[in-house]
Design a protein around this ligand. Sequence first.
Ligand code: ZN
Length: 195
Amino acid sequence: MKETISPRSGTAFLLPRGAQLKIIDPMGEQVCDLLCFSQQDKREALSSGRTIDYNNKIFFSEGDKFYSNRSEVMFEILGDTVGRHDFLLTPCSSDTFRIIYGHDHPHRGCFGNLEAALKEYGITGDDIPTTFNVFMNVTVNGETGEIKVEPPKSKAGDYIIIRAEMDLIVGLTACSAEQSNNYSFKPIEYQILNP
Ligand SMILES: [Zn+2]
């Protein structure tokens, strides 16, 4: 069954080992922050640093494996119709909106949405690492290292499919940051396949 994450919100759920998760951008140009923890020990979490290290690159797509802070494979991308995602930037937060956008009453962002959704699994804000930002398009200047947040390359109906390689607690959002989503907030859909 397909589930919908409303604009600027988030959710969390269990994904057993071997199950596949399809994340769909139903309208196009919408980012979805993904993060996961081991069901066995929630101190084991997705690690951007280790994933970059062991894959020798910063952009990930089909066939790439994603590692935990304990260097275990948490999931692999099985399918990807977009081919550009980000694993450098932290989830957007009220601080992001205050510091970068200058908002006086900032939205809680993906960080606050993940914190709220993961609370029932005993996970707090301090436990949240860098998220894998599905469909987020961040370009990097190879000389200076300067980064730029560009509109996502995803079009309506684009998706990625990941397969859990351990029993996971997963957090997912429909991202709340203006610039990341080409200045419009849209839903995200997801579907758990062969659980
Ligand atoms: Zn966000």
